[in-house]
Each structure stands twice: as C-alpha cells, then as structure tokens.
Design a protein around this ligand. Structure first.
Ligand SMILES: Nc1ncnc2c1ncn2[C@@H]1O[C@H](COP(=O)(O)OP(=O)(O)OP(=O)(O)O)[C@@H](O)[C@H]1O
Length: 299
C-alpha cells in the first residue's frame, strides 16, 4: 500500500480531535452503512479461542514530517480488553485513532502500512470512514454528552441512522449495558449535563454502544474521574468485553493490569516494544525496557 494522505473532507467533524458528539454514533452516523465487512455473530468469549478482529501490519503514522508511529504490527483479539500503555507522546492515541480513521480529521496526518478490521483494510478506497466508525465506536477522555436529555443522548445516533424502531427498548438496553439505567431510570428527560462526571462518562458509553458497534475504542476514559467513578468504569469495561472488543489507552498501569487481557507497550519513537498477555507483560516481560517502564524506572 502506498502512502495515504488523509483528508478531512470525508467527515463533518471539527478540527479538534474530540468531536462532539461521539463519532460513529452521532453526527457521523448519517452516511453510508456498508464497509464491505461481514458482521460476525458474537460468541461466548469463554468458549472462543483468540480470534483477531483488528490487525495492523507495519503501520507508520506521520504528522507532517514527524513520525508518530513506527512499523506497528499487532493482532488484537475479539471480545477481549486490550490495553495500550506507554509514556506520554509514544503514539498510543495515534494508534487508537488510526483504527477507526479518526486521524483523517487531522490534515497533516498520513498513514503508511495496513490496518485490517476483520481482514478488510480500513484505508482501502472503498471504505466509508463514517460507516467504519459505526462499527468501531469511540469514547473520549472527558465526558462529552450533548446538551440534551439523557434519553435523547442515547437515542440520537439511532435516530439519525434510521434505527429508531423499538427506540425505547434500545435506549433502555444501552443504558443498562452501560450500568447507568438504575441510576437514571426515573429521570430520562433530565439533561445529560446534570449527571455527575462518572455518570456522564457512562452515558457517553451508552451512546457509543447504542448502535451496537463491534469494537469500542477508549482513550483514557477514566482519567477525569474520581476513584469510585473510575472503579465503576473499570467494572463496566470488563462486562462490555463479554460482547464487544475493547481497546483502551491508559496511563494507569494498575488499571491496565486489572482490566485488560492483552497489553501493548509503546515506548518513545512510536515503537511497539512488547505485546502479550497482560499477566506476562506485568509479571515477566521479555524486554528490559518494558520491565523498567512497568516498575516505574522511567515514564
Ligand atoms: N494533531 C497532531 N498534530 C501534530 N502532531 C501530533 C498530533 N497529535 C499527536 N501528535 C504527536 O504525535 C506523537 C504521538 O502523540 P500521541 O498523542 O499519539 O501519543 P500518546 O502516547 O497518546 O501521548 P499521551 O499519553 O500524552 O496522550 C507526539 O509526538 C505528539 O506530539
């Protein structure tokens, strides 16, 4: 594959990287639906061997002349939690955004290499990034609900996608899956902005999962939250992996160790240094640099 200059014309986002609302579920949702990739049936993760859903091969990402990712090759398993960790600036968010082409929103970003979602290269010309983001949703660091009711926050993406049959049921299901329903059941008409930070983030997760994506990308989803709210989000992420593939960027190594099945360690220069089962990474990493990072000798 040749270098691909990405453009922002194919999206309708603002030029900051945290569009409001969540991409793939809201303002991006009223475009094409087909990216030429079959949806696989969800299976009981306990009975399914590791099955790759996302694979990068020799992926480089540049911002202008600066290289942010250097030859990243990784196979991310389906219906598991994969954590991306590493020091600031090593390219974790860049990699995350490459998966659902959020880097398209950055004019100077350029991708070289291959990135497959279910064996389809998401950078192929015939892939509609908007449709892709419907299959691969995203949750950001700061909760960003709409200034709308709780109900409408969750329903919005479904409505613009024309998935508004059984809307009440779908909204309730998404809120339930996001572990928020019990707390908001009697106030669905209240503004999403009146919720606590942790509840707002779970509302954003409900919004992201309402259209039933297969992969949920999370960029430090708990970093703005207090310990209690963080713990709820962590429990939720583990539950979500029963049905979805979750890929999470976190600066919190304890969090990665607690909730992820696989861990990828990026280090300076945009290099993926080690990718393995989380227990192996934290207990017996192959690389001395990873061990130094895990044990806090740098970072
Ligand atoms: N929009 C952008 N324009 C130009 N350079 C960028 C842009 N976004 C990221 N970079 C650069 O790319 C490199 C990787 O950044 P990235 O945000 O992916 O790293 P990160 O590991 O997620 O960092 P952090 O943990 O601090 O969020 C950094 O050198 C950063 O300055």
């Amino acid at each position: 594959m040749t270098n691909k200059q990405m453009t922002s014309s194919e999206t309708e986002q603002t030029d900051d990287q945290q569009p409001n609302p969540t991409p793939g579920t809201d303002s991006l949702a009223d475009r094409g639906t087909d990216i030429g990739v079959e949806t696989s049936s969800r299976d009981d993760p306990a009975t399914v061997p590791d099955r790759t859903i996302i694979e990068s091969r020799d992926l480089d990402v540049y911002y202008g002349d600066d290289q942010a990712l250097n030859g990243i090759s990784m196979e991310i398993p389906e219906q598991q939690v994969t954590a991306l960790i590493g020091p600031s600036g090593c390219g974790k968010s860049t990699f995350l955004r490459s998966i659902n082409r959020m880097n398209d929103l950055i004019d100077i970003a350029r991708v070289d290499g291959e990135l497959f979602f279910r064996e389809k290269d998401v950078y192929d010309d015939d892939v509609d990034p908007v449709a892709l983001r419907r299959r691969i949703g995203m949750v950001f660091q700061s909760p960003n609900p709409f200034p709308k009711s709780i109900y409408d926050n969750v329903a919005y993406g479904l409505r613009v996608q024309g998935q508004d049959d059984n809307l009440d049921e779908k909204v309730h299901t998404a809120l339930e899956r996001a572990a928020l329903l019990d707390e908001v059941e009697d106030q669905l008409d209240s503004s999403g902005l009146d919720l606590s930070g942790g509840q707002q983030q779970r509302l954003c997760i409900a919004r992201a999962i309402a259209p039933d994506p297969e992969v949920i990308l999370m960029d430090e989803p708990a970093s703005a939250l207090d310990p209690v709210a963080t713990s709820k989000i962590e429990d939720l992420i583990e539950d979500l992996a029963e049905e979805y593939t979750v890929i999470i960027v976190t600066h919190n190594m304890q969090q990665a160790a607690r909730i992820s099945d696989k861990t990828a360690v990026f280090l300076t220069g945009g290099n993926l240094v080690e990718f393995d089962d989380t227990t192996k990474i934290f207990e017996n990493p192959e690389s001395d640099r990873v061990e130094d990072y895990i044990t806090g000798k740098f970072g």
